[in-house]
Design a protein around this ligand. Structure first.
Ligand code: SF4
Ligand code: SF4
Length: 272
Protein backbone atom coordinates (compact mmCIF):
# COMPACT_ATOMS: atom_id res chain seq x y z
CA UNK A 1 0.00 0.00 0.00
CA UNK A 2 1.58 3.30 -1.10
CA UNK A 3 0.45 6.85 -0.44
CA UNK A 4 1.44 9.92 -2.41
CA UNK A 5 0.08 13.25 -1.17
CA UNK A 6 -1.25 15.30 -4.10
CA UNK A 7 -2.70 18.25 -2.18
CA UNK A 8 -2.53 19.20 1.48
CA UNK A 9 -4.36 22.38 2.42
CA UNK A 10 -6.12 23.68 5.51
CA UNK A 11 -9.44 22.11 4.51
CA UNK A 12 -8.52 19.55 1.84
CA UNK A 13 -6.26 16.53 1.72
CA UNK A 14 -5.92 14.62 -1.54
CA UNK A 15 -3.72 11.58 -1.96
CA UNK A 16 -2.99 8.78 -4.40
CA UNK A 17 -3.46 5.40 -2.72
CA UNK A 18 -1.80 2.58 -4.67
CA UNK A 19 -1.98 -1.19 -4.15
CA UNK A 20 -5.42 -0.97 -2.58
CA UNK A 21 -8.93 -1.83 -3.72
CA UNK A 22 -12.43 -0.34 -3.79
CA UNK A 23 -13.54 -2.20 -0.64
CA UNK A 24 -10.77 -0.69 1.48
CA UNK A 25 -11.22 2.79 0.03
CA UNK A 26 -14.96 2.64 0.60
CA UNK A 27 -14.51 1.35 4.16
CA UNK A 28 -12.22 4.30 4.94
CA UNK A 29 -14.70 6.70 3.35
CA UNK A 30 -17.55 5.35 5.46
CA UNK A 31 -15.51 5.46 8.68
CA UNK A 32 -14.62 9.12 8.01
CA UNK A 33 -18.20 10.27 7.43
CA UNK A 34 -19.89 8.16 10.08
CA UNK A 35 -17.41 7.20 12.83
CA UNK A 36 -15.02 10.11 13.45
CA UNK A 37 -16.40 11.94 16.52
CA UNK A 38 -16.83 15.72 16.56
CA UNK A 39 -18.49 18.22 18.89
CA UNK A 40 -21.90 19.69 18.03
CA UNK A 41 -24.63 21.44 19.99
CA UNK A 42 -27.12 18.93 21.36
CA UNK A 43 -29.19 20.81 24.00
CA UNK A 44 -30.24 24.46 24.15
CA UNK A 45 -31.73 26.18 27.19
CA UNK A 46 -33.59 29.40 26.33
CA UNK A 47 -33.85 32.07 29.02
CA UNK A 48 -35.25 34.68 26.66
CA UNK A 49 -36.09 34.68 22.96
CA UNK A 50 -37.39 38.00 21.69
CA UNK A 51 -36.62 37.13 18.06
CA UNK A 52 -39.30 36.23 15.50
CA UNK A 53 -37.62 32.79 15.11
CA UNK A 54 -38.99 29.93 17.18
CA UNK A 55 -36.87 28.21 19.84
CA UNK A 56 -36.91 25.00 17.78
CA UNK A 57 -35.61 26.70 14.63
CA UNK A 58 -32.83 28.46 16.53
CA UNK A 59 -31.84 25.19 18.21
CA UNK A 60 -31.68 23.54 14.79
CA UNK A 61 -29.43 26.28 13.37
CA UNK A 62 -27.17 26.10 16.43
CA UNK A 63 -26.88 22.32 16.10
CA UNK A 64 -25.63 22.63 12.52
CA UNK A 65 -22.83 25.13 13.32
CA UNK A 66 -19.51 23.24 13.03
CA UNK A 67 -17.41 23.55 16.19
CA UNK A 68 -13.66 23.15 16.46
CA UNK A 69 -13.01 19.85 18.20
CA UNK A 70 -9.78 19.33 20.17
CA UNK A 71 -8.65 15.72 20.11
CA UNK A 72 -8.41 13.61 23.29
CA UNK A 73 -10.10 16.25 25.45
CA UNK A 74 -13.72 15.08 25.31
CA UNK A 75 -15.56 11.77 25.67
CA UNK A 76 -19.13 11.09 24.50
CA UNK A 77 -21.97 11.83 26.97
CA UNK A 78 -22.49 8.13 27.80
CA UNK A 79 -18.91 8.07 29.21
CA UNK A 80 -19.15 11.08 31.54
CA UNK A 81 -18.01 9.14 34.63
CA UNK A 82 -14.99 7.82 32.76
CA UNK A 83 -14.23 11.34 31.49
CA UNK A 84 -14.20 12.67 35.05
CA UNK A 85 -11.74 9.98 36.19
CA UNK A 86 -9.45 10.66 33.22
CA UNK A 87 -9.53 14.45 33.69
CA UNK A 88 -11.52 14.89 30.48
CA UNK A 89 -14.92 16.43 29.78
CA UNK A 90 -18.10 15.15 28.16
CA UNK A 91 -19.88 18.47 27.54
CA UNK A 92 -18.97 22.06 26.74
CA UNK A 93 -21.22 25.06 27.37
CA UNK A 94 -21.56 27.99 24.98
CA UNK A 95 -23.62 31.03 25.97
CA UNK A 96 -25.26 33.64 23.79
CA UNK A 97 -26.56 37.00 24.95
CA UNK A 98 -27.54 39.73 22.52
CA UNK A 99 -29.81 42.76 22.46
CA UNK A 100 -30.88 45.00 19.59
CA UNK A 101 -31.03 48.61 20.70
CA UNK A 102 -32.42 51.11 18.15
CA UNK A 103 -31.51 49.12 15.02
CA UNK A 104 -32.31 45.50 14.11
CA UNK A 105 -29.41 43.17 14.93
CA UNK A 106 -28.24 40.00 13.21
CA UNK A 107 -27.29 37.41 15.82
CA UNK A 108 -24.36 35.40 14.44
CA UNK A 109 -22.21 32.45 15.49
CA UNK A 110 -19.45 34.91 16.55
CA UNK A 111 -21.65 35.84 19.55
CA UNK A 112 -21.47 32.32 20.99
CA UNK A 113 -19.08 32.47 23.96
CA UNK A 114 -17.54 29.11 24.80
CA UNK A 115 -16.26 28.03 28.19
CA UNK A 116 -13.42 26.24 26.35
CA UNK A 117 -11.32 28.46 24.10
CA UNK A 118 -10.45 25.42 21.97
CA UNK A 119 -14.13 24.88 21.14
CA UNK A 120 -15.68 27.61 19.03
CA UNK A 121 -17.69 28.01 15.82
CA UNK A 122 -15.53 27.28 12.78
CA UNK A 123 -17.23 30.12 10.90
CA UNK A 124 -18.06 33.26 12.94
CA UNK A 125 -20.46 34.62 10.30
CA UNK A 126 -23.28 32.07 10.43
CA UNK A 127 -26.58 33.91 10.91
CA UNK A 128 -28.77 32.54 13.69
CA UNK A 129 -31.65 35.03 13.84
CA UNK A 130 -32.42 38.75 13.49
CA UNK A 131 -33.55 40.72 16.54
CA UNK A 132 -36.00 43.61 16.06
CA UNK A 133 -35.15 46.85 17.94
CA UNK A 134 -35.59 46.58 21.70
CA UNK A 135 -35.58 42.75 21.70
CA UNK A 136 -33.07 40.37 23.35
CA UNK A 137 -32.03 36.76 23.23
CA UNK A 138 -30.33 34.78 26.00
CA UNK A 139 -29.53 31.09 25.80
CA UNK A 140 -27.12 28.38 26.87
CA UNK A 141 -26.05 25.70 24.37
CA UNK A 142 -24.50 22.39 25.39
CA UNK A 143 -22.21 20.68 22.88
CA UNK A 144 -21.33 17.00 23.08
CA UNK A 145 -19.21 14.54 21.15
CA UNK A 146 -21.08 12.44 18.61
CA UNK A 147 -20.72 10.54 15.36
CA UNK A 148 -22.04 11.16 11.86
CA UNK A 149 -23.90 7.85 11.90
CA UNK A 150 -26.27 9.24 14.56
CA UNK A 151 -26.69 12.75 13.08
CA UNK A 152 -25.18 14.60 10.11
CA UNK A 153 -24.28 17.53 12.42
CA UNK A 154 -21.43 15.39 13.79
CA UNK A 155 -19.98 14.60 10.35
CA UNK A 156 -16.43 16.05 10.20
CA UNK A 157 -16.54 16.63 6.45
CA UNK A 158 -16.67 14.79 3.16
CA UNK A 159 -14.64 11.84 1.96
CA UNK A 160 -14.70 10.53 -1.60
CA UNK A 161 -12.51 8.71 -4.07
CA UNK A 162 -12.21 7.74 -7.71
CA UNK A 163 -10.08 5.21 -9.49
CA UNK A 164 -6.81 6.44 -10.99
CA UNK A 165 -7.59 7.60 -14.56
CA UNK A 166 -5.36 6.40 -17.42
CA UNK A 167 -5.59 8.25 -20.74
CA UNK A 168 -3.79 6.88 -23.78
CA UNK A 169 -3.48 8.39 -27.23
CA UNK A 170 -2.58 6.11 -30.15
CA UNK A 171 -0.45 8.43 -32.30
CA UNK A 172 -0.58 5.99 -35.21
CA UNK A 173 -4.34 6.64 -35.48
CA UNK A 174 -4.52 10.25 -34.25
CA UNK A 175 -5.00 12.91 -36.97
CA UNK A 176 -4.25 15.79 -34.57
CA UNK A 177 -7.72 17.27 -35.24
CA UNK A 178 -7.80 18.64 -31.66
CA UNK A 179 -11.48 17.75 -31.16
CA UNK A 180 -10.72 15.95 -27.90
CA UNK A 181 -8.88 19.02 -26.59
CA UNK A 182 -11.83 21.26 -27.44
CA UNK A 183 -14.51 19.07 -25.86
CA UNK A 184 -12.71 18.16 -22.63
CA UNK A 185 -14.46 20.11 -19.85
CA UNK A 186 -11.47 19.82 -17.52
CA UNK A 187 -8.61 20.93 -19.79
CA UNK A 188 -6.87 17.60 -19.40
CA UNK A 189 -5.65 17.48 -22.97
CA UNK A 190 -3.56 20.02 -24.82
CA UNK A 191 -2.13 20.44 -28.31
CA UNK A 192 1.63 20.71 -28.41
CA UNK A 193 2.44 21.46 -32.02
CA UNK A 194 0.81 18.66 -33.98
CA UNK A 195 0.48 16.35 -31.05
CA UNK A 196 -2.23 15.93 -28.44
CA UNK A 197 -0.76 15.45 -24.96
CA UNK A 198 -2.26 14.56 -21.58
CA UNK A 199 -1.41 17.30 -19.08
CA UNK A 200 -3.67 16.67 -16.06
CA UNK A 201 -4.61 12.99 -16.05
CA UNK A 202 -5.59 12.91 -12.34
CA UNK A 203 -8.35 15.49 -12.93
CA UNK A 204 -10.23 13.35 -15.49
CA UNK A 205 -13.89 12.86 -14.60
CA UNK A 206 -14.41 9.85 -16.90
CA UNK A 207 -17.06 11.76 -18.89
CA UNK A 208 -15.76 10.01 -22.06
CA UNK A 209 -16.51 13.04 -24.26
CA UNK A 210 -13.03 12.92 -25.77
CA UNK A 211 -13.53 9.31 -26.85
CA UNK A 212 -17.10 9.85 -28.10
CA UNK A 213 -16.11 12.83 -30.25
CA UNK A 214 -12.86 11.40 -31.62
CA UNK A 215 -13.55 10.97 -35.36
CA UNK A 216 -11.18 8.08 -36.04
CA UNK A 217 -12.23 4.46 -36.30
CA UNK A 218 -11.01 2.78 -34.19
CA UNK A 219 -10.72 5.59 -31.65
CA UNK A 220 -7.31 7.16 -31.28
CA UNK A 221 -7.90 7.99 -27.61
CA UNK A 222 -8.76 5.64 -24.79
CA UNK A 223 -9.81 6.44 -21.20
CA UNK A 224 -9.53 3.70 -18.59
CA UNK A 225 -8.56 3.36 -14.93
CA UNK A 226 -6.39 1.36 -12.55
CA UNK A 227 -8.41 -0.94 -10.31
CA UNK A 228 -5.75 -1.03 -7.59
CA UNK A 229 -5.15 2.73 -7.28
CA UNK A 230 -7.53 5.43 -6.09
CA UNK A 231 -7.35 9.19 -5.68
CA UNK A 232 -8.83 9.82 -2.25
CA UNK A 233 -10.02 13.23 -1.02
CA UNK A 234 -10.90 14.37 2.50
CA UNK A 235 -12.66 17.74 2.82
CA UNK A 236 -12.96 19.06 6.36
CA UNK A 237 -15.89 21.07 7.72
CA UNK A 238 -13.31 22.76 9.94
CA UNK A 239 -13.94 20.83 13.17
CA UNK A 240 -10.42 19.41 12.77
CA UNK A 241 -7.82 19.31 9.99
CA UNK A 242 -8.16 16.73 7.19
CA UNK A 243 -5.01 15.00 8.45
CA UNK A 244 -6.52 14.72 11.96
CA UNK A 245 -9.74 13.34 10.45
CA UNK A 246 -7.71 10.71 8.60
CA UNK A 247 -5.69 9.80 11.71
CA UNK A 248 -8.89 9.44 13.77
CA UNK A 249 -10.48 7.33 11.04
CA UNK A 250 -7.46 5.02 10.87
CA UNK A 251 -7.51 4.50 14.64
CA UNK A 252 -11.28 3.69 14.48
CA UNK A 253 -10.51 1.34 11.59
CA UNK A 254 -7.80 -0.47 13.60
CA UNK A 255 -10.10 -0.75 16.61
CA UNK A 256 -12.82 -2.31 14.45
CA UNK A 257 -10.39 -4.90 13.03
CA UNK A 258 -9.20 -5.68 16.52
CA UNK A 259 -12.80 -6.21 17.65
CA UNK A 260 -13.32 -8.63 14.75
CA UNK A 261 -10.18 -10.53 15.81
CA UNK A 262 -11.36 -10.66 19.43
CA UNK A 263 -14.77 -11.92 18.34
CA UNK A 264 -13.39 -14.60 16.03
CA UNK A 265 -10.21 -15.71 17.87
CA UNK A 266 -11.10 -14.83 21.47
CA UNK A 267 -9.54 -12.20 23.73
CA UNK A 268 -6.68 -14.38 24.98
CA UNK A 269 -5.36 -15.25 21.53
CA UNK A 270 -5.48 -11.65 20.36
CA UNK A 271 -3.69 -10.45 23.52
CA UNK A 272 -0.82 -12.90 22.80
S1 SF4 B 1 -12.91 11.57 -20.18
FE1 SF4 B 1 -13.77 13.65 -20.08
S2 SF4 B 1 -12.56 14.65 -18.48
FE2 SF4 B 1 -11.44 12.83 -19.07
S3 SF4 B 1 -10.01 13.53 -20.62
FE3 SF4 B 1 -11.83 12.81 -21.71
S4 SF4 B 1 -13.10 14.60 -21.96
FE4 SF4 B 1 -11.57 15.12 -20.44
S1 SF4 C 1 -9.97 13.69 -31.30
FE1 SF4 C 1 -8.91 11.78 -31.75
S2 SF4 C 1 -7.91 12.17 -33.70
FE2 SF4 C 1 -8.49 14.17 -32.89
S3 SF4 C 1 -6.68 14.85 -31.75
FE3 SF4 C 1 -7.97 13.80 -30.30
S4 SF4 C 1 -7.23 11.69 -30.30
FE4 SF4 C 1 -6.42 12.67 -32.12
Amino acid sequence: MDIEVLKSEQAVLKFRWSNTNASLANALRRVIISEVPTLAIEDVIFFENGSPTSDEQIAHVLAMIPLTTPRDKYLPPDRCEEAEKEGKKCRVVLTLEARAEKEPLWVTSSMLISEDEEVKPVNPNIRITKLPPGRSIRLEAHAVLGKGKTHAKFQPGLAYYKFQPVIKVDYALCTACSTCVDVCPRSILKMEGNRVVVVAQDECSFCNLCVDKCPTKPKAIEVSYLKDTVIFTVESNGNMSPVEILEEAISVFKEKFNNIKVKTLGEEKVAK
